[in-house]
Write a protein of this length. Structure first.
Length: 150
């Protein structure tokens, strides 16, 4: 089923609250929902706290909605770290001049930075989807993380 990309603060709040309370239907936990929720955490908590909260709460959300966190499915640490890094870099560069969260989030969602394959600029597919990269953060195997290379 197709879900339109959220664009309003009300829709963003619905996703973040549903994630936090673990009531968001799993079918609505789309790539964009992940990004919106991640950006909200970065905007509210900063990089380190956002990463810590998301590492814990994505696992809990997966389990609460019937998913499992295993060696081959569910939570993926390297992908989480990658996206929190990228969201933090974007937020630091673009959340200026009194822009609202809604404005910055829409700018992100409409940019090249939101493309689902961005991690593959830095990681080979086999390495990124390895058991080791899923279970704990792995440094990139193609090139170091660099916002300017996206």
């Amino acid at each position: 089923m197709y879900y339109p990309i959220p664009t309003t603060q009300k829709e963003f709040d619905y996703l973040v609250e549903g994630f936090q309370t673990r009531t968001l239907p799993a079918r609505e936990w789309t790539h964009e929902a992940h990004l919106i929720t991640g950006l909200w955490h970065v905007s509210q908590l900063g990089y380190a706290e956002a990463l810590s909260a998301l590492r814990k709460n994505i696992r809990l959300y997966n389990e609460a909605t019937g998913g499992m966190n295993t060696d081959t499915s569910g939570y993926h640490d390297t992908i989480t770290v990658f996206w929190v890094w990228l969201l933090n870099e974007f937020w630091g560069r673009y959340a200026t001049n009194g822009q609202t969260f809604e404005q910055v989030c829409n700018q992100f969602l409409q940019s090249k930075y939101s493309h689902r394959n961005n991690a593959l600029i830095f990681y080979t597919k086999d390495f990124l989807f390895s058991k080791e990269a899923r279970l704990s953060y792995a440094e990139p195997d193609i090139q170091s993380l660099d916002f300017e290379k996206i």
